[in-house]
Design a protein around this ligand. Structure first.
Ligand code: C2E
Ligand code: CA
Ligand code: CA
Length: 704
């Protein structure tokens, strides 16, 4: 799961960059091709132009030579000052006149129209022929084409394919006067002017083909040509560079954007730290990299229990400031390189911690919690932590397959840590719980209860059991407590201990309280109508219910709806209810009393602030917790405490009920101390309503 998230995340980031890189390569290749084509076309056009004009020039010289038709000496006169190298051959290739240095390699051939496309064409010269020229290689120009200009190399290679050409032996004489062209003009014609001159030899048939006029020619490029070429090269290169810059800027931009997205993706808004995604993505890698046979990892779910309450009393903004402080405090307690911390959502934090010893790990988490409790300064915060350890390599997993740390499923570990944290009961104290496979069964049960609870309520699967309360001095029935049981078609008979804590957590307890109150009121009314001597029945009202400001009125209305007299109903509050908003609780108790309901404090003595609560709460009944009588046999310090508690209740004008009394000695002792009622197995266990109805009608205790 974590790997899938990781891969998806990587794919999002990567695909962007790759698109740009592929695009960049494409543009690079395309622009190189375009650049090559443009330069090639330009160069071939230029060359063909140059070649033609050089041919015309050499033709002109040849024509002059034909025209002068003088002696060899006159010919020499005409051409000597010009400096252009030339040869005149007869039809047997005998040199009949030579001027300048003869560097002609005599490897003649025909050159057809030179074009960019024809240069790539193996059938060069066949389709594209416009005119043909006989061209000989210049032995010295080899150095030129070897060292560089591709076009020249290509041309000479093509030219050499045509093989040798016969040289005309005839020499014509002509004087400059006869030609009508000045030496200066001739020089200009013959040498040309340019900054790049690539020599080759051109042959022109003269005197009806009986002689060949072979002259050194040049493909020369002047400043203009070079400038145009350079300008187009610079222009296209600049365009390419610009394109490159744009692409690189885009790539850098998209990489930065990706990093930004990843940062946002991994950042928690409230704490500005890491979020759960970061935890999941990096958890596996951290475990793989830093754990070894001695050092293991554990995932901790840390819950800020009273965060919601803090936000209600203060504000969400202040709450977030606290979350930030909590985050920073935890961070100061972990190794940032080899351990992880993230704020998951709302008031949950996920930690990945290294450990060698489970007890030491528990102590470490407890110590972090102790610091977090004091983060505010004025308020004491409560934290619950669940710990799920990654078992050592090779330990058989649930499915029997040995665990390997490289396959660590961080999300599953976090879920297990949450399950462990979920198992903790909210009692106003911070706590730490270790994950255990048994908790999974508990979790399944919790889910099953959640799934069936509404149907069970609608079908009246919940039953009211009554546990009588007797006067220990007279054994007379004085009251009872209504206790829930679930007769489930799916799960059978379910005791309250298996459902009440779940209902208290999932909020369904308020429905249960209403159900119990209205059923007890209905039963009481029914027994009254039958003429029984009814006794008050106490009903447990959950702490969660007390946040409703009109709770007293809701209870009154339900009881009135059943037509039950108020004095037959008593409300039991558990001690834990007294941790919440004290003023609201006092107000509800006072209103309940004003409607004629007695209110009792349940489980007195099981918590630590009982005496304090007694001071503030105007209660009618004090129920001594069963814990007082567990293991007691009528002597010792416990009795002193019980005796003092009864005295205290009396001086506060409260009646006392002792719970969990199982033996006669306890009954006698409590009777001697003036305890008003006893609710315990000695007299009776909780029983179905019909059985209790019989007791009501009988009135006196029937001790089993
Ligand atoms: P509780 O209100 O303290 O109820 C007294 C519990 O002590 C009952 O357990 C009762 O069966 C048990 N008990 C009474 N005498 C003896 C004795 O002599 N020995 C022993 N071992 N146990 C004795 P039960 O019925 O299992 O209820 C457990 C708890 O579930 C209750 O404790 C109460 O907190 C909760 N509960 C039960 N019914 C309701 C309900 O309708 N609403 C709410 N909110 N809570 C309920
Ligand atoms: Ca109770
Ligand atoms: Ca109790």
């Amino acid at each position: 799961m974590a790997n899938r998230k990781k891969d998806q995340l990587k794919a999002i980031g990567r695909s962007h960059v790759w698109v740009w890189i592929v695009l960049m390569c494409l543009i690079f290749v395309l622009s190189s091709i375009v650049l090559g084509i443009v330069i090639g076309m330009y160069a071939s056009t230029l060359m063909f132009g140059k070649f033609n004009s050089e041919y015309s020039r050499v033709s002109e010289i040849a024509a002059i030579y034909e025209n002068v038709s003088g002696s060899s000496a006159e010919t020499a006169d005409i051409f000597a000052g010009i400096g252009r190298n030339m040869i005149i051959t007869d039809s047997d290739n005998n040199i009949i006149y030579e001027s300048g240095t003869n560097t002609c390699s005599f490897k003649g051939g025909e050159v057809n129209e030179i074009s960019f496309f024809s240069m790539f064409n193996s059938g060069y010269g066949e389709e594209d022929t416009v005119e043909s020229y006989t061209v000989y290689e210049d032995s010295r120009s080899k150095a030129l084409y070897v060292s560089g200009t591709t076009l020249v190399v290509d041309i000479w290679e093509i030219i050499s394919d045509y093989g040798s050409y016969g040289i005309d032996p005839e020499i014509l004489d002509a004087s400059p006067e006869e030609s009508g062209i000045s030496n200066a003009q001739l020089e200009d014609i013959m040498l040309g002017s340019g900054i790049i001159s690539l020599p080759y030899w051109l042959s022109i048939d003269i005197n009806g083909g009986s002689q060949h006029f072979i002259s050194k020619a040049y493909i020369s490029a002047n400043l203009n040509d070079v400038a145009v070429m350079a300008a187009s090269l610079i222009g296209i290169s600049a365009l390419m560079i610009l394109l490159f810059i744009i692409l690189i800027v885009n790539i850098v931009n998209s990489v930065l954007k990706r990093n930004k997205i990843l940062k946002v993706f991994f950042t928690d808004v409230a704490t500005r730290g890491h979020n759960y995604m970061h935890f999941v993505i990096n958890g596996g890698e951290t475990v793989r990299r830093y754990s070894n046979h001695g050092v293991r990892y554990a995932v901790v779910d840390l819950s800020f229990v009273n965060y919601r309450f803090f936000c209600i009393c203060h504000s969400v903004e202040e709450g977030e400031v606290m979350l930030r402080k909590v985050y920073n405090t935890i961070r100061a307690n972990i190794d940032p390189k080899r351990e992880l911390l993230s704020h998951c959502e709302y008031s949950e934090f996920a930690l990945l911690l290294r450990f060698t010893d489970e007890e030491a790990l528990k102590r470490r988490v407890t110590s972090i919690i102790e610091q977090l409790e004091k983060v505010h300064g004025e308020h004491r915060f409560i934290f619950h932590a669940g710990i799920a350890v990654l078992e050592p390599d090779g330990t058989p997993g649930k499915d029997g397959v040995p665990i390997r740390r490289k396959d660590a499923d961080i999300e599953l570990l976090y879920s297990n840590a949450c399950t462990a944290r979920d198992s903790l009961v909210e009692n106003g104290e911070s706590a730490v719980a270790m994950f255990d496979e048994k908790l999974i069964d508990d979790k399944k049960w919790i889910d099953a209860v959640l799934e069936h609870q509404q149907k069970a309520l609608d079908n009246e699967e919940f039953m009211v059991y009554y546990q009588p309360k007797y006067d220990p001095r007279t054994d007379e029935l004085r009251g009872a407590e209504a206790l829930i049981r679930w007769q489930s078609p799916e799960f059978g008979f379910v005791p309250p201990g298996r459902i009440i804590p779940i209902f208290e957590k999932n909020g369904f307890i308020t429905e249960i309280d209403h159900y119990m109150i209205s059923h007890v009121a209905r039963d009481q009314k029914m027994w009254l109508d039958r003429g029984y001597k009814c006794v008050p029945v106490s009903v447990n009202v959950s702490r969660a219910h007390f946040i409703e400001s009109d709770l007293a009125e809701q209870i009154r209305d339900m009881i009135d709806a059943a037509g039950c007299p108020h004095e037959l109903i008593e409300i039991e509050l558990t001690e834990s209810a007294f941790f919440d908003d004290k003023n609201a609780l006092v107000s509800t108790i006072n209103r309940l009393k004003s409607y004629g309901f007695a209110v009792s404090m349940d489980d007195f003595g099981s918590g630590y602030s009982s005496l304090n609560s007694l001071k503030d709460m105007p209660l009618d009944v004090l129920k001594l917790d069963a814990e007082f009588f567990r293991g007691e046999n009528g002597s010792g310090r416990g009795e002193i405490v019980v005796s003092e508690a009864i005295k205290l209740a009396k001086s506060l004008n409260m009646r006392t009920v002792a719970e969990g009394v199982e033996i006669r000695e306890q009954v006698d002792f409590l009777a001697s101390q003036g305890c008003d009622m006893i609710q315990g197995y000695y007299y009776a266990k909780p029983m179905p309503k019909d059985e209790f109805a019989q007791r009501v009608s009988a009135g006196r205790a029937v001790v089993q």
